[in-house]
Design a protein around this ligand. Structure first.
Ligand code: ATP
Ligand code: MG
Length: 366
């Protein structure tokens, strides 16, 4: 599909805080890829807490309509959340995931050559629509008059199967990316076959986690050989955390239900030095939205010191999901080179450079 496009129309939603500083950086980097991509058309779109304060809507209908009807993919910056509950306000990012059926959150965790920390190059595929996050909670009064709270956890075969499929497809793509990197003479950390690790706790939650595990396993078994080149293993979520911190280099693709995925993705991000480095995409079967993992960082907003790399790497991730694997690799090579040189680093990485300096340095490498 990637090869047939003549234009690529991208919705750009900077939203709040440093999102407005780091999203333009990603746009410049995409533009710098020039003729190796279809003609790029960027459409600026509104959303966020600031937009809510201006016009009373955190996610204008026009934004949703444009994304659904005419964009090929999108990039999101970050949203601020009010410190107290505000009537009528709810997070536009959660709403966008629903509108666009972005049922997976994909978060690669990649160590930086030259920075201290373990060597890691893994990706976490988190189911994003169910599990405990269906928010079916109930407060009751127990027989002795004390309160007791319950939450319902939903795990469906449909959601588990589609997230499993996404994990195996990603394992295939990563295999191809490593091949491209090897051909470019780059050192590749992961030497073995692609691997999918299923994260669950079915020894205790045998019905819910049992169904998740079984559904993901069935994806490989039912794929008529498509995933034969991929190893499959399982980790109980507690042991997953332990091993991720002890020996993160043993993981390639990890797939998890919503809650475990949420926790292990933030934990894994801590392995690589700064939130300002960690990208993600929200993905469904027909749409991709890149989004840096960090929030709106009100403490550094407007100072031109936010690290743009999470946002730039999110653009690369979006490209590779659209099938532009070599173009994505070019971006990551340029970013790695700037990080390895260490001349242009933002303060979160111990440097003194601005958002625009770091972006310029990456553009030069491109
Ligand atoms: P929000 O409620 O929007 O998530 P927050 O206060 O939790 O806001 P985060 O964006 O989650 O802020 O950031 C947590 C910390 O990491 C902050 O101190 C912030 O300055 C820092 N940080 C986040 N993103 C970046 C970035 N891109 N560059 C540098 N520092 C960052
Ligand atoms: Mg935050």
């Amino acid at each position: 599909a990637a090869l047939r496009r003549t234009t690529l129309k991208l919705g750009m939603i900077p939203a709040d805080g440093i999102g407005k500083e780091v999203l333009p950086a990603a746009q410049h980097v995409l533009q710098a890829l020039g003729s190796s991509l279809p003609k790029l058309e960027f459409v600026p779109l509104l959303a966020g807490w600031e937009e809510f304060q201006r016009n009373g809507k955190a996610l204008p209908d026009e934004t949703v309509r444009c994304l659904k009807e005419s964009c090929d993919a999108a990039m999101f910056g970050s949203v601020s959340s009010p410190s107290h509950k505000v009537a009528g306000y709810s997070s536009p990012i959660v709403a966008l995931r629903k509108h666009l059926d972005l049922y997976a959150n994909i978060r690669p965790v990649t160590s930086v050559p030259g920075l201290p920390g373990p060597r890691v190059n893994m990706v976490i595929v988190r189911e994003n629509t169910e599990c405990l996050y269906i928010k079916r909670e109930e407060l009751q009064t127990a027989a002795d008059g004390t309160r007791i709270a319950f939450a319902t956890r939903q795990i469906s075969e449909t959601a588990s199967t589609r997230i499993g499929k996404m994990a195996f497809e990603l394992a295939l793509t990563r295999g191809k990316e490593r091949e491209t990197a090897r051909n470019n003479g780059q050192e590749v950390l992961w030497k073995g076959k692609p691997k999918v690790t299923i994260v669950h706790k079915s020894n205790v939650l045998s019905v819910t986690d049992g169904l998740f595990r079984e559904s993901v396993r069935a994806v490989k078994e039912g794929a008529a050989g498509r995933y034969d080149g991929i190893d499959m293993e399982e980790q109980l979520v507690d042991s997953m955390v332990y091993r991720m911190f002890r020996e993160p280099e043993i993981f390639d693709v990890a797939v998890a239900p919503n809650l475990y995925g949420d926790i292990i993705s933030d934990g894994a991000a801590a392995l690589v030095g700064s939130l300002g480095l960690v990208p993600s995409i929200n993905a469904g079967d027909s749409f991709i939205m890149g989004e840096p993992v960090h929030g709106s960082a009100p403490d550094i907003e407007g100072k031109n010191i936010a690290n743009p790399i999470a946002s730039i790497r999110s653009a690369a991730l979006m490209l590779s999901s659209l099938g532009y694997i070599e173009q994505a690799a070019k971006i990551n090579i340029a970013v790695d080179a700037v990080l390895a040189e260490g001349t242009y680093l933002t303060p979160d990485l111990g440097g003194k450079s601005s958002t625009t300096d770091v972006t310029e340095a990456i553009l030069k490498k491109l």
